[in-house]
Design a protein around this ligand. Structure first.
Ligand code: NDP
Length: 444
C-alpha cells in the first residue's frame, strides 16, 4: 500500500462521519503521490499525517437571546489547521449546515490556497451552525457578540486572523470586530473584510469574484481566446457570485443565469446586475423577485436546472458539491469550455473527472478563488503599516497574484508530467512551500 493510501485510510478511520473532510483530503493527497515519491524523507517525518491533522480544534458554546426573549444555543468552531508559513487565516461561515467535517475540509483547502497566493499566511477556518436568514439586526448583532466573546481569546493579528464566508459579510465582520475591540482593547487587524472607515481595504469586497474572473481570462488568453462575447452561468448570488458577474460583464461576457438556495433565474438578454445587487445586497430578499422586475426573464424553482443551460463558461460560486457528475455531463454536452470554481469544492470528485476527461479547462477553487484571501493579506499589510492603498493599486496587485497563481499551477502540473491538470498543479504548487516550511521547523 502506498504512503498516501495508508494515510488516507487511517484518516478516514480516525475521523468517521466527516465525508467532506474525506473528500477534500482524497482530492489533495492523491494528487501529491508524485511529490512524496520524489521525497522519501516526508514519510519518515510523518509529514502527511501532520499536514492532515489540525494543530488545534476549538469548539465552543454560543448562547444568545432572540427578540422575543427566548434563549438559543449554537455551536461555534475554529480550526487552526496549519501555521507553518504564517498566522492562521481563513473565513468564518454562519450556516445551519456547518459541522466539524465542513470546517475541516475548508481549513485543509485553505492551507494550500493561502500558500498559492505567495503571501505569508497559514490555514484556518471557523464558523457556526447559526442561520442568519430571517433574523433581525439586533439578533445578528447579539449572536456575533456572543460568538466573539469566546473566540477573542484564541485569535490575534499575529496568531489567527479570520474573515467572512457564507453568511458572514461586512455587517457581521463589523459586529465581530466591535466586540473584539471592546474586550481586548486593541484596534488591530485581527479580522479582514472590515469596513473602509475602520481599517478595511479597498477591493476586499470584490476580490474573490474579480480574482476568479482574472484567472479565467488568463486561462483563455493563454489559449488565444478571451471572455468577450462568451455566455456565462454563475451559481449563487452572494458576495463571490455578484462580483464575478460584475467583472465578467466588464470584460464583455454575457452572464445569463444565477441562483440562490431556492431557485435560479434565466435572463437570456443578460443579467441586470443592478437589480441583483438591489435584491441581494440592499433588500436581502429572494432571487425569485428578479423575474417580477425584469421583463423577459424566467424564474425556476430548484437549483440544479441551471447546469442544463448552454454556456461557454461556468462559474459555480455558491457552496460545496453543487456540481454533480450528472450536472458536469450536461455542461460538457452543451459545450462548456472553462469551469472556474468560485465556491470551495463546488464540484464533486466524479464531476471533476468528467470535466478533465472532456478536456474542459478546469480551474480548482483553491487557486481560482484565492483572490479573496490574497486581498485579505493585503489588508493585513496595510493594517500593520498604517497604510491605505488606492483601489487601482490593490486591484493591480490582485490581478498580478491571480495571473501568478495560474502560471505556478500550470508549471507545477507540467513539472510532474500532468500538463493541463490544474487540480494536481494547484495541490502540488501549494504543498511544496508548506512541506518545505514544515520540514525546516522540525517535528511540531
Ligand atoms: P454568501 O453568503 O455571500 O453567498 C452564498 C450564496 O450561495 C447565496 O446566494 C446562497 O443562497 C447560496 N447558497 C448557499 N448554500 C447553498 C446551497 N446549499 N444550495 C444552493 N445555494 C446555496 O457567501 P460567499 O459568496 O461569500 O461564499 C460563496 C462560496 O465562496 C462559499 O463556498 C465560500 O466558501 C467561497 N469563498 C468565499 C470567499 C469570500 O471572500 N467571501 C473567499 C473564497 C471562497 P441563499 O442566500 O439562498 O442561502
Amino acid at each position: 500500500m502506498s504512503y498516501v493510501t495508508s494515510v488516507l485510510e487511517t484518516l478516514k478511520a480516525k475521523n468517521p462521519n466527516e465525508p467532506e473532510f474525506h473528500q477534500a483530503a482524497t482530492e489533495i493527497l492523491t494528487s501529491l503521490e508524485p511529490v512524496v515519491a520524489r521525497h522519501p524523507e516526508y514519510e519518515a517525518a510523518a509529514l502527511l499525517e501532520r499536514f492532515t491533522e489540525p494543530e488545534r480544534v476549538i469548539l465552543f458554546r454560543v448562547p444568545w437571546v432572540d427578540d422575543g426573549g427566548k434563549v438559543h444555543v449554537n455551536k461555534g468552531y475554529r480550526v487552526q489547521f496549519n501555521s507553518a508559513i504564517g498566522p492562521y487565516k481563513g473565513g468564518l461561515r454562519f450556516h445551519p449546515s456547518v459541522n466539524l467535517s465542513i470546517i475541516k475540509f475548508l481549513g485543509l483547502e485553505q492551507i494550500l490556497k493561502n500558500s498559492l497566493t505567495g503571501l505569508p499566511i497559514g490555514g484556518g477556518k471557523g464558523g457556526s451552525d447559526f442561520d442568519p436568514k430571517g433574523k433581525s439586526e439586533g439578533e445578528i448583532m447579539r449572536f456575533c457578540q456572543s460568538f466573539m466573546t469566546e473566540l477573542c481569546r484564541h485569535i490575534g493579528q499575529d496568531t489567527d486572523v479570520p474573515a467572512g464566508d457564507i453568511g458572514v459579510g461586512g455587517r457581521e465582520i463589523g459586529y465581530l470586530f466591535g466586540q473584539y475591540k471592546r474586550i481586548r482593547d486593541e484596534h488591530v487587524g485581527v479580522l479582514t473584510g472590515r469596513g473602509l472607515s475602520y481599517g478595511g481595504s479597498l477591493v476586499r469586497t470584490e476580490a474573490t469574484g474579480y480574482g476568479l474572473v482574472y484567472m479565467v481570462e488568463e486561462a483563455l488568453d493563454c489559449r488565444g481566446d478571451s471572455l468577450a462575447g462568451k455566455t456565462v452561468i454563475i451559481s449563487g448570488s452572494g458576495n463571490v457570485a455578484i462580483y464575478a458577474c460584475e467583472k465578467a460583464q466588464a470584460l464583455g461576457a454575457k452572464v445569463v443565469a444565477m441562483y440562490d438556495s431556492n431557485g435560479y433565474i434565466y435572463d437570456k438578454a443578460g443579467i441586470r446586475l443592478d437589480v441583483i445587487k438591489e435584491i441581494k445586497e440592499k433588500e436581502r430578499a429572494r432571487i425569485r423577485v428578479y423575474a417580477d422586475r425584469v421583463a423577459g426573464s424566467e424564474y425556476h424553482e430548484g437549483c440544479s436546472g441551471i447546469w442544463a443551460i448552454p454556456c461557454d463558461v461556468a462559474l459555480p460560486c455558491a457552496t460545496q458539491n453543487e456540481v454533480s457528475e450528472a450536472s458536469a455531463k450536461l455542461l460538457v454536452k452543451n459545450g462548456v469550455k472553462v469551469v472556474g470554481e468560485g465556491a470551495n469544492m463546488p464540484t464533486t470528485l466524479e464531476g471533476i473527472s468528467v470535466f478533465q476527461k472532456a478536456g474542459v479547462v478546469f480551474l480548482p477553487a483553491k487557486a481560482a478563488n484565492a483572490g479573496g484571501v490574497a486581498t485579505s493579506a493585503l489588508e493585513m499589510a496595510q493594517s500593520s503599516g498604517r497604510l491605505f492603498w488606492t483601489f487601482e493599486e490593490v486591484d493591480r496587485k490582485l490581478k498580478g497574484i491571480m495571473v501568478n497563481i495560474y502560471h505556478n499551477m500550470d508549471n507545477a502540473a507540467k513539472a510532474y508530467g500532468r500538463e493541463g491538470d490544474y487540480v494536481a498543479g494547484a495541490n502540488i504548487a501549494g504543498f511544496e512551500k508548506v512541506a518545505a516550511a514544515m520540514m525546516a521547523q522540525g517535528i511540531v
